[in-house]
Design a protein around this ligand. Structure first.
Ligand code: GLC
Length: 440
C-alpha cells in the first residue's frame, strides 16, 4: 500500500476491520446477519481489496468459490455455509447432476468478475507465484467462460442470456422489474397481493427482517422471484430446458459488458501461462464486442438489455446502460455518449452515481437498485473511465466515492441525494473497494 494521510489511514484500518469481522476463515460473507453465505461477485470485489493487504487470503477467497464450481463449469452466485440448511434447501442444488457433492449452492450465476479479481491478485504476486496461481485457477476459469457461452448463448450471438434477476446482481433494477411485468404474473401471486397478507409474508422474508421494507422489492415482486426460482429448480437448473420457455430470459447489458472485459483478462492469463484458448470459445469471445453493439438502441441512443425471445429492448433506463464503459471495447463516439450521460443532471446527484437516473419513473432514493448509490458500481465506472483515458473524471468519482464512505460508513448502499447510509452496515465489498480506491 502507498503511504496514506492520517484520515485515510484511519479509514483503511476501519475497512480492514469490517473484512475481518465478516471473515469466515476461507471466505468472507457480504455482511453478518443478512448475508451469511459466500456470494460470487461479492467475493470477487472482496478479493480485489484483500489483494492489497493479504494475497494468501485473497487467493483463498477465490479458491473457495472455485471449489464449489459445478461439473458443467457453472460458478454459482451463492455457496452456502454448512450450518444453514434453510436457504440451501430452497435451492436444493443436488437436483442437478452437475452440482458439487461437497457444497450446497444456488443454481444460478452472477456477474463474471472472477478474471478481474484473479488478475488484480496476480499483479501483487512475484512472477513465479503469479504463474503458479494462474495455473491453478485457469482450467476452472476457462470452464466457466465455456459454460457461459455454451449454455447461455444458444444462438451463438456472442451475448449470454440471464435467467433470473438475481443473476444480474442488481435484483430490482428498473429494466428487470419491467421484464417481470412483461410476463403474466401467476394468478396465485396476484391473489396474495390482493389479500391483506403483506404483513404476514414480510414476516417470512429474510431481507425485510434486517432492512426497512421500503428499501427492498415489494411482496408481490419477491413472490415472483421465488416462483421463478422454483421453476429453475424443477428444471434441474438445466439451461436448455429453462430457456425453452422462460419468465426471465434477458441479454443483460451490464453482465455482458463485464464478460467482455473478463474475456480480455482470460486471454491475458492464458498468454502468461502459455495456454491456447480453445477454438470454439475463442470464436465466441471474438463475437462479443460486436454483439454488444446490437444492444445499442439507435432511437434512444442508449445501451439497453434485450428480451431474448421477443428481441425487444427493455427501455427503462438504469445505470446498467453506462456499464459498457467498463467493457473496454467501445468506440470514442460511444464513450463520449456515455460520459455525457454520466455527467448529466439525472446522474449527478450530490452523492453519485445513482443506480437509476432521478428522472426514471422507478427512481427511489432508498429502494436498493432503483436509485441508491452502490460502491461496486462506482468502482466499475471508475475503471471504465480509466480504461477510456478519462483520468480526471475517474479521479473525481473516486474522491466523491471515498467522501461518501467517510461520511456514512461502510454501508451496503446510500441515498444518492443525502448520502445517508441504507441497507445493512459493515458491508464487505464497500470496505474492500475502499481499500482498493485508497491505494490509487
Ligand atoms: C443482494 C445484491 C447482490 C449481492 C447480494 C449479497 O442480493 O442485490 O448483488 O450479491 O445481495 O451481497
Amino acid at each position: 500500500m502507498k503511504i496514506l494521510k492520517k484520515e485515510d489511514q484511519d479509514l483503511l484500518e476501519r475497512a480492514k476491520a469490517v473484512l475481518q469481522q465478516n471473515d469466515r476463515g476461507t471466505y468472507t460473507v457480504p455482511a453478518n446477519d443478512l448475508y451469511p453465505h459466500q456470494w460470487l461477485w461479492d467475493s470477487c470485489f472482496i478479493a480485489i481489496g484483500l489483494a492489497h493487504i493479504d494475497t494468501t487470503r485473497a487467493k483463498q477467497e477465490i479458491m473457495h468459490l472455485l471449489q464449489a464450481q459445478w461439473s458443467n463449469g457453472m460458478i454459482p452466485n451463492i455457496v452456502f455455509n454448512h450450518r444453514d440448511t434453510k436457504d440451501s434447501a430452497l435451492w436444493d442444488s443436488k437436483v442437478s447432476p452437475n452440482a458439487p457433492i461437497d457444497f450446497a449452492t444456488s443454481g444460478i450465476t452472477q456477474p463474471p468478475l472472477l478474471a478481474e479479481a484473479i488478475t488484480r491478485i496476480g499483479t501483487k504476486l512475484e512472477p513465479t507465484e503469479r504463474r503458479s496461481f494462474y495455473h491453478a485457477v485457469y482450467p476452472k476459469l476457462l470452464a466457466y467462460h465455456q459454460w457461459l457461452y455454451r449454455e447461455r448463448d444458444p444462438h451463438h450471438e456472442g451475448l449470454v442470456v440471464l435467467i433470473h434477476p438475481w443473476e444480474s446482481g442488481m435484483d430490482n433494477s428498473p429494466p428487470w422489474i419491467e421484464a417481470m411485468y412483461a410476463n403474466r404474473i401467476p394468478w396465485w401471486i396476484r391473489l396474495i397481493n390482493w389479500l391483506p397478507l403483506d404483513g404476514a409474508i414480510n414476516f417470512l422474508r429474510n431481507d425485510t427482517r434486517h432492512v426497512d421494507r421500503h428499501e427492498r422489492i415489494s411482496t408481490m415482486q419477491a413472490l415472483v422471484y421465488y416462483h421463478v426460482m422454483q421453476r429453475l429448480r424443477r428444471k434441474e437448473y438445466d439451461s436448455n430446458r429453462i430457456l425453452l420457455r422462460s419468465h426471465f430470459a434477458i441479454q443483460d447489458v451490464a453482465f455482458n459488458s463485464i464478460l467482455i472485459r473478463a474475456n480480455h483478462l482470460l486471454r491475458m492469463i492464458a498468454k502468461e501461462i502459455r495456454r491456447d484458448i480453445p477454438e470454439t470459445l475463442d470464436k465466441q469471445m471474438s463475437k462479443a464486442s460486436e454483439a454488444l453493439e446490437s444492444l445499442f438502441d439507435e432511437t434512444r441512443r442508449h445501451y439497453l438489455s434485450k428480451q431474448f425471445v421477443t428481441e425487444k429492448s427493455l427501455i427503462e433506463p438504469s445505470v446498467a446502460s453506462l456499464l459498457p464503459l467498463y467493457s473496454g471495447v467501445l468506440t470514442e463516439e460511444r464513450i463520449e455518449l456515455i460520459i455525457k450521460e454520466l455527467t448529466s443532471k439525472p446522474y449527478t446527484t450530490r452523492y453519485p452515481v445513482p443506480t437509476a437516473p432521478v428522472t426514471s419513473p422507478y427512481f427511489s432514493r432508498e429502494r436498493y437498485w432503483q436509485g441508491p448509490t452502490w460502491i461496486n458500481i462506482n468502482w466499475l465506472l471508475i475503471n471504465g473511465l480509466e480504461q477510456a483515458g478519462h483520468d480526471q473524471l475517474a479521479s473525481d468519482l473516486r474522491d466523491k466515492t471515498l467522501a461518501l464512505i467517510r461520511k456514512s460508513g461502510f454501508s451496503e448502499y446510500f441515498d444518492p441525494h443525502t448520502g445517508d447510509a441504507r441497507g445493512v452496515d459493515n458491508f464487505s465489498w464497500t470496505a474492500a473497494l475502499t481499500i482498493d480506491l485508497l491505494s490509487r
